[in-house]
Design a protein around this ligand. Structure first.
Ligand code: FEO
Length: 399
């Protein structure tokens, strides 16, 4: 990443990772960036480091501005290794006066790096540290994305360094939201929210409310992945408000995996009933889409209908993977139902229902299962289920 001065004396010095395609199970099809920021003031301050194998990029960028040894403060907004992988090397190089972190951050840093003698400076929500002409104010943002996470707000410049929040996995040499295609940007933001922040939506809502109440004059949001927001700040804030509330569109997903096409036939019979109504339908064969892309579709869907054949007394493997991944991300405000074919035991539908009920999603049907190849009657039952779900969803969106 080329160094960019994002405000006078404030530089984006992070790294581009064009090649990464997997971030703890999340398929990062467009790569990502690990952003870090350098503030030149009386106390020269570095906000976050980068993944360990990108440290050469970070150091080269910093050296274009100053000798890294001159850094006085390092702020660790988040301890996950994509932001702290280079911290040990940076601490040795800089020997900073302060390593600024949240209370949970200190614990996490100790648990990761076991360095009792680092100069920890623990800051709580509302704490401020003067850098000279400028001031950093801190806001703990627990579980956005780990317990240690925090925002740093540079008051005089109105820059919110938001770490994982308002981020997206998108590798681009452009640095700002207004320099790239907005539809791609928002698609990646939604995917990021669904895969990273979805289970913490209640806390996201609280953080957004807190930032609103603080009445900050935010001129830029500088996250640790992807682009800096300067033109579409309201858009990303509003998207987070909606996602954290579980706002849905009139979209219905039929997500299925099939063994010998019987469950696929059932899926398309469900679709037939759905399409009798004014709803948007997406058919997702789990063999054709990565589960982390499917969960991005789930984010704003009002209904998710799941189909799996039974294999060895369970679900088919891709459905098994997807449904357990989804379970961890705790989707809410969805109508659901399940269906599937079987040969002799037929557990898949019951297992899917169990997980959907455990998530407290509204089951609109007890589930449809059919032995071997579905009959016309079985397919009509699937169509009827689709018809009912479609009518319910369409009804909610009728003025
Ligand atoms: Fe980008 Fe939770 O780390």
């Amino acid at each position: 990443m080329a160094v960019q001065e994002i405000a006078k004396g404030i530089y984006s010095v992070g790294a581009l990772d064009w090649d990464i395609r997997d971030m703890h199970g999340y398929s990062t099809n467009r790569g990502t960036t690990y952003n870090a920021y350098l503030i030149i003031d009386k106390k020269i301050t570095l906000l976050d480091t980068v993944k360990h194998y990108c440290m050469d990029q970070l150091l080269e960028n910093i050296r274009q501005i100053i000798d890294p040894a001159k850094i006085d403060y390092i702020v660790a907004n988040h301890v996950e290794m994509d932001h702290s992988g280079g911290l040990v090397q940076m601490m040795e190089l800089c020997k900073p006066e302060k390593l600024i972190c949240s209370p949970m951050g200190k614990k996490a840093l100790l648990d990761h790096f076991h360095q009792e003698d680092w100069p920890y400076e623990v800051v709580k929500s509302g704490s401020e540290i003067s850098l000279g002409k400028r001031t950093l104010q801190f806001l703990e943002t627990r579980m956005l994305h780990w317990p240690d996470s925090m925002f740093s707000y540079l008051k005089e410049e109105g820059i919110l360094f938001s770490n994982d929040a308002f981020a997206e996995h998108l590798c681009t040499s452009e640095r700002y939201d207004d320099e790239i295609d907005m539809s791609i940007l928002m698609q990646e933001c939604a995917k990021y929210y669904a895969n990273i922040l979805y289970p913490y939506s209640g806390l996201v809502k609280k953080v957004i409310d807190t930032v609103d109440e603080m009445n900050l004059d935010i001129k830029m949001i500088a996250p640790d992945h992807g682009v800096i927001w300067r033109k579409h700040i309201d858009t990303i804030f509003e998207a987070y408000r909606q996602w954290s509330r579980g706002t849905a569109s009139k979209k219905v997903l039929v997500i299925y995996e099939t063994m010998w096409e019987s469950t696929r036939k059932m899926a398309f019979a469900v679709e037939k009933g759905l399409l009798e109504n004014d709803v948007s339908v997406k058919m997702i064969n789990l063999k054709t889409m990565h589960y982390s892309d499917v969960i991005a579709e789930v984010l704003d869907a009002r209904a998710i209908l799941l189909g799996s054949s039974t294999l060895n007394n369970g679900m088919l493997p891709a459905m098994n993977t997807f449904i357990y991944y989804m379970k961890g991300l705790k989707p809410f405000n969805k109508l659901t139902a399940s269906f599937g074919s079987f040969g002799w035991s037929g557990e898949a539908v019951g297992l899917m229902n169990e997980i959907l009920e455990g998530l407290k999603l509204e089951l609109v049907d007890s589930g449809i299962k059919h032995k071997y190849v579905p009959t016309e009657e079985a397919l009509e039952a699937c169509t009827e289920m689709g018809r009912r779900v479609g009518a319910k969803v369409a009804g909610e969106f009728t003025a």
